[in-house]
Design a protein around this ligand. Structure first.
Ligand SMILES: Cc1cc2nc3c(=O)[nH]c(=O)nc-3n(C[C@H](O)[C@H](O)[C@H](O)COP(=O)(O)O)c2cc1C
Length: 178
């Protein structure tokens, strides 16, 4: 049981395990930073998305498929996303995509998830600069086009940067949470 009583629920959907691997790395990194087992993992294929309401701090992970479409487990539960009671909760997002293979749809599902969550009144943290990526169009950019609405990972083309990006993003979350 966590001494700090801090509890972060990380909910993700993953078709070929890349988002799942990133989720595990984020969990390990945050547990190290907090020196405690603060993050629990929840694959939305097996667990009700509604369980997210039990946490005050949440991380959601999603990949983009089929030219700008949602990962299949998120797609199956998409109506539930709009019904989540997340008012006042803190939410961070991360996405997996392929900037070269799908340059016109890079990380679109990340943007769609962000836009679906905003009306809930949650506080979204963990916006991430879009420097160091090469793509044409993305629905996951902020209005000023300078940032992604969450951590953007690309294990197809930039696998070697994933661990460093996760480390940096987790430090950023720690700062934004304190
Ligand atoms: C058939 C197919 C379609 C894809 N479509 C997109 C896309 O539209 N946009 C994007 O950014 N990435 C796209 N990707 C890349 C995936 O998002 C990437 O492989 C990701 O790591 C998959 O994560 P997952 O295994 O956790 O689902 C696609 C990959 C495949 C194989």
């Amino acid at each position: 049981m966590s001494e700090s009583a801090l509890s972060i629920g990380l909910f993700y959907g993953s078709t070929t395990c890349y988002t799942e691997m990133a989720a595990e790395k984020i969990q390990a990194q945050l547990n190290t930073l907090f020196d405690d087992q603060v993050v629990s993992l929840h694959n939305i294929k097996d667990e009700a998305l509604k369980r997210a309401e039990n946490f005050d701090i949440l991380i959601f992970g999603i990949s983009t498929w089929d030219f700008g479409e949602l990962q299949e487990d998120w797609e199956s539960h998409w109506e539930e996303v709009y019904q989540l009671a997340l008012q006042g909760k803190t939410v961070a997002l991360f996405g997996l995509g392929d900037q070269l293979g799908y340059a016109d749809w890079f990380q679109d599902a990340l943007g769609m998830l962000h836009d679906a969550l905003v009306p809930s009144g949650c506080n979204i943290i963990g916006y991430w600069p879009n420097k160091g990526y090469e793509f044409a169009v993305s629905k996951a950019l902020t209005e000023d086009q300078q940032s992604f609405v969450g951590l953007s990972l690309d294990d197809e083309n930039q696998y070697e940067q994933t661990d460093e990006r996760i480390e940096k993003w987790c430090l950023q979350l720690l700062e934004e949470l304190s």
